[in-house]
Design a protein around this ligand. Structure first.
Ligand code: KG4
Ligand code: ZN
Length: 336
């Protein structure tokens, strides 16, 4: 069984073709960095126009890479939200049109579910149920993944998402666009104890998060400093990252204490490509006798493979979507 998956919910136009053994036959991605960087963030209108401009070319390139024709595809899937609705409509309509033209099933994939299931593709021993730390640009959640389409929310952010906080701090330090990765790189040369940033809601007795106070504290600190040389920048990054890591660490440890039957812990979403966060999860795993799994870093950030893989797993679970399915700008995992 071969699935072609389309991701277009933010600033990446991606098309992947995979088979039901989890082999990647093609993966084509265009990052719209050039289009958005001058604006310091993703401009939704520009993103949708760019998806429209790239999508058919990428599909042709993916088919060429896989040495397949459109009629060899058995399932068409597309990220159906949550995300920037203009972009989502482009990908979904393309997948629907191809499904209609070839008389094959269409699967509307929840973008968060695609992040949530991705570690399974690379870790064949990972089994349901597992605990998931979902950390992306728009979401920060701890969930129990009971199966395809079956999610139990344990905690979520009450304000900013973790990735959003990385991006905003990066912007304060001069990295204009999606700077999470830049913070990680700079933090390597910094002292994590140089600045004492707050850890909001660490003792809140629930599994919810808050990041806006941390972001404000970093801003206040930056404003106090007159000159920020490279060493100070690295110290800010290391201290900020260490606050994030401690928050995620403590909340996950509480979640594990409250869910003693859990044997697997995974992380997904762009922020889970961060190596300090991955290291912390590994330690939690070894301390609690829990198996920890991730997708490789490049498949933690948005990509087409995760949409194709979630398409296959949904199809195997007996779920296909009608061609009249509408895209959702907001779409909780619990509502699946
Ligand atoms: O999952 P994703 O690609 O898109 C969304 O669904 O939101 O996540 C993007 C987020 C951005 O906030 C980006 O700065 C962050 O993931 N990110 C990172 C790293 N790589 C990407 N944050 C921290 N460390 C990284 N290495
Ligand atoms: Zn994402």
């Amino acid at each position: 069984m071969i699935c072609l998956g389309i991701e277009s919910s933010c600033d990446e136009t991606a098309v992947a073709i995979i088979n039901d053994k989890g082999e990647i036959l093609a993966h084509q991605v265009i990052t719209q960095f050039e289009e958005h960087s001058q604006y310091g963030g993703v401009v939704p209108e520009i993103a949708s126009r760019s998806h429209l401009n790239y999508i058919d070319k990428l599909i042709n390139k993916a088919l060429f890479e896989a040495n397949l024709s459109i009629n060899d595809i058995d399932i068409f899937s597309a990220g159906n939200g949550p995300g920037l609705i203009g972009g989502v409509i482009v990908g979904v309509n393309m997948a629907k049109s191809l499904a209609f033209a070839t008389n094959k099933p269409f699967i509307a994939v929840n973008h968060l579910e695609a992040h949530a299931l991705m570690p399974m593709m690379f870790n064949k021993d990972l089994k349901f149920p597992y605990m998931l730390l979902l950390v992306s640009g728009g979401h920060t959640q701890i969930l129990i993944v009971e199966g395809v389409g079956k999610y139990k929310m344990l905690g979520t952010t009450i304000d900013d998402a973790c990735g959003e906080c990385f991006d905003k701090v990066a912007k304060m330090l001069g990295w204009d666009y999606m700077g999470g990765k830049e913070i990680e790189k700079s933090a390597i040369n910094g002292n994590p104890n140089a600045f004492d940033f707050p850890r909001p809601m660490l003792h809140s007795h629930d599994l919810n998060f808050s990041f806006s106070g941390l972001k404000t504290s970093v801003r206040t600190q930056i404003e106090k400093l007159k000159n920020i040389d490279e060493k100070t920048k690295s110290d800010i990054c290391a201290s900020f990252q260490s606050a994030i890591v401690e928050i995620l660490d403590k909340k996950l440890i509480s979640a594990i204490k409250q869910n003693k039957n859990i044997k697997y812990l995974v992380a997904g979403g762009g922020v889970s490509s961060n190596s300090a966060i991955r290291k912390t999860l590994e330690t939690i795993g070894s301390d609690n006798n829990i198996t920890v799994s991730f997708a490789p870093p490049k498949y933690c950030t948005d990509n087409g493979v995760m949409i194709a893989y979630a398409g296959i797993l949904n199809y195997i679970a007996g779920k296909t979507s009608s061609l009249s399915t509408v895209p959702h700008p907001r779409w909780n995992l619990e509502d699946l």
